[in-house]
Design a protein around this ligand. Structure first.
Ligand code: GLC
Length: 547
């Protein structure tokens, strides 16, 4: 296996990254035009979210053809050019494989609807009468997870939108199709893959009502996920490539299995437990400030657990489904820079592979939308209705959406202070955050004290200090809820690091262990050296070398 441990991945949501032709919609040429910026930041891989032909019900996570480029994003030639130009800069491309479901506009589903039995077996169809769903399972986007097709007298399963039909992975023909898609992209020069909600592919034998929940316990981490992944990786010829699986509501034990090298499944997993610490009663649409104690416990459990059993984590705060971390876990006003840099430090020095989501390196914030017509996301629009029906007022509902919507992270990348933040010369498909005149790449790339420069420095540290990429981790001060502290040690270069992060905007007291009194400061977000008081959102990384 090649060394993937010192690599950093940058996630691009092409629709909102850079528009090269003025249609208001980001495209592949737009990404190519920004490669020098990404090379300067120092990232090794670009994960591009889906740009395949799609009706865009779920912004491309509803794929109608896995082997082509949607004309809104450009052409296959544009993609080849992007691959080539990225390669020249030492950057590899990772594609997003949405293999749990297809768009209902995919040929396979269309053939199934036309009565073709072979393709009906590609999906999960159940006979039944129109007045009774096969089970009471709930779609992740709200409402029933089943849709009735009158002309077939059957229901089909859709764990997400009604236009995202779940595939039947028990069918070997489906598994062979998926492996073939991987071979296709690998032959074109793609260097890695992200697998969308891949721990949902193994469905149960028996479909029954969930009397305790929404059905997820029957299809999450199903008993054949590991077997299907092994088969996919072997048949797709991607063993040893950079891969990451998105794991919905998963467990540590399962993720150890998915990522242990000996299993030849995935390089690493995304899990989301640490991004639920501000869900009141575990509910995404109920607000609560982040529970730092829970956050610390989850980091400790996942970091130390993966280490002990040979697994590997993906490290992230942000992606296209999450609100902006600086607005959520930091301060997007008074301590904007300090908190953005503290959040970067907190995860970039951990054991695992860090992911930067476009604009995170600039401290991009939630857009603080105030009207429903500013939203585009199918989940947000569905939940707007659901929350209103539950009796929440318009103002309360909009306040919840402003803090929880997936559109919080999907507003255009802020390149400069020109109209539309330099994202497009046309009308952007979704509004730009108002603060783009002060928060943008042009203002930050040449400023040595910017969030961008901090990110650049922390990306470089991972490559310069093997203790970050290869060392062990141990969490300290379990009782000090607001202070995230860990030690990195045990790598061949004999270095040790102590990472201290004040998660709050209050000063907190932190007595350093004696051994660290003379340590050198490697990076931090306040100028002078640390005292026993950590200032608001202060972070500092101390460094010593053991003889
Ligand atoms: C993943 C994607 C999300 C998408 C869903 C269904 O969670 O990240 O954007 O809506 O899968 O494909």
């Amino acid at each position: 296996m090649y060394n993937f441990k010192d690599k950093v991945v940058y996630q691009i949501y092409p629709k909102s990254f850079h528009d090269s032709n003025g249609d208001g919609f980001g495209d592949l040429k737009g990404v190519t035009q920004k490669l020098d910026y990404l090379a300067d930041l120092g990232v090794d891989y670009l994960w591009l979210t889906p740009f395949f032909p799609s009706p865009q019900r779920d912004n491309g996570y509803d794929v109608a053809n896995y082997r082509a480029v949607d004309s809104r994003y450009g052409t296959m030639d544009d993609l080849d050019e992007l691959i080539r130009e990225a390669d020249k800069r030492g950057i590899g491309l990772m594609l997003d494989m949405v293999f749990n479901h297809t768009s209902t506009e995919h040929d396979w589903f269309q053939k199934a609807l036309a009565g073709d039995k072979k393709y009906q077996d590609y999906y999960i169809f159940k006979d039944g009468s129109p007045d009774r769903c096969p089970t009471n399972w709930v779609s992740k986007f709200g409402g029933s997870a089943w849709e009735y097709v009158p002309q077939l007298g059957k229901w089909y399963l859709h764990l997400f939108d009604v236009m995202q039909a779940d595939l039947n992975w028990e069918n070997p023909a489906v598994r062979a199709e998926m492996a073939d898609i991987l071979r296709f992209w690998k032959a074109r020069g793609i260097k890695g893959f992200r697998f969308d909600v891949v721990n949902l592919i193994s469905k149960p034998e028996l479909y029954e009502d969930d009397l305790e929940g929404d059905g997820r316990r029957f299809y999450t981490d199903g008993c054949n996920v590991g077997k299907y992944l092994k088969e996919l990786v072997a048949a797709g010829g991607i063993d040893g490539m950079m891969t990451v699986g998105e794991m919905s509501s998963t467990t540590l034990e399962n993720c150890i299995g998915y990522t242990s090298e000996k299993n030849h499944e995935l390089t690493m997993c995304f899990n989301f437990h640490h991004l639920k610490v501000d869900y009141k009663n575990g509910q995404k649409w109920e607000l609560m400030p982040p529970d730092h104690g829970a956050l610390k416990r989850l980091f400790k459990t996942w970091q130390e657990g993966m280490q002990e059993h040979g697994g590997w984590n993906a490290l992230f705060w942000c992606n296209h489904d999450q609100p902006r971390a600086v607005s959520r876990f930091g301060s997007d006003t008074t301590y904007w820079r300090e908190s953005a840099e503290m959040l970067a430090t907190a995860i970039h020095c951990m054991r695992g592979t860090p992911y930067i989501y476009q604009g995170e390196e600039l401290g991009m914030t939630n857009p603080h939308f105030t009207k429903i017509d500013q939203y585009r996301d199918v989940e947000s629009l569905n939940y707007y209705k659901i929350l209103r029906e539950q009796g929440k007022s318009e103002a309360e509902t909009l306040n919840i959406l402003a803090q929880r919507s997936r559109d919080d992270s999907r507003t255009p990348m802020q390149w400069d202070s020109s109209p539309n933040a330099g994202f497009t010369s046309g009308t952007p498909w979704i509004g730009v955050a108002d603060n783009y005149k002060s928060i943008n790449a042009a203002a930050q790339t040449s400023d040595a004290d910017s969030i961008y420069s901090f990110y650049k420095a922390i990306v470089r540290l991972r490559k310069e200090h093997r203790v970050i990429s290869e060392g062990k981790i141990e969490f300290l001060y379990p009782d000090n809820t607001d202070l995230l502290t860990y030690r990195r040690y045990g790598s061949a270069d004999k270095e040790e690091l102590l990472v201290l992060c004040n998660l709050t905007e209050q000063e907190i007291h932190a007595e350093l262990p004696d051994a660290w009194a003379t340590a050198e400061k490697l990076i931090g977000n306040y100028e002078d050296n640390p005292s026993e008081t950590l200032r608001p959102y202060e972070c500092v990384v101390l460094h010593t070398t053991k003889e």
